[in-house]
Design a protein around this ligand. Structure first.
Ligand SMILES: [Zn+2]
Length: 149
């Protein structure tokens, strides 16, 4: 039997978080942290709402997951995020020693890859899951924002 809890399944959950950000007028990025096929942290971008540049989706999801686990390390966890993490989030993921990071769309301007930031050597990285859905949502957001101005 096929495992229904695959990368696509959880990336859809991250996309639902991104939709919440979109509805709030935030750049639509969403993230979930998963352990044993269970979501233990969710987050979406809240930079405008909180007036806080550190309020990226990944940071919210990491904090929620750590609170859930009662520990700072996210061993055996996977973070699903709709957009390639930035340097700051890659740094936080580094400190968490998370086992796996799966992202949707690549961020060729401000993603950790182009910035030359390394994740933890223990962290497995996988990109491009539902990347079209993630980048369509971002495009839709920026077109709408341009039309409002
Ligand atoms: Zn970030």
């Amino acid at each position: 039997m096929e495992n229904p809890f695959d990368d696509t399944y959880f990336m859809k959950k991250a996309l639902q978080e991104a939709e919440l950000a979109f509805e709030m007028g935030e750049v639509p990025v969403g993230a979930v942290v998963v352990i044993d096929n269970r979501i233990i942290g969710r987050g979406h971008n809240l930079v405008e709402r909180l007036k806080d540049v550190t309020a990226h989706a990944e940071m919210q999801a990491i904090t929620a997951a750590s609170n859930f686990l009662g520990g700072k390390y996210l061993h055996n966890c996977t973070l699903y995020v709709t957009l390639e993490p930035c340097q700051m989030c890659a740094g936080a993921l580094y400190w968490s020693q998370i086992s796996k990071v799966v992202y949707g769309a690549a961020d060729l301007e401000r993603g950790f890859n182009v910035m030359g930031t390394q994740l933890h050597p223990k962290t497995e990285i996988f990109g491009g899951v539902l990347e079209n859905e993630a980048s369509e949502l971002l495009k839709r957001f920026f077109i709408q924002r341009r039309n409002l101005n």
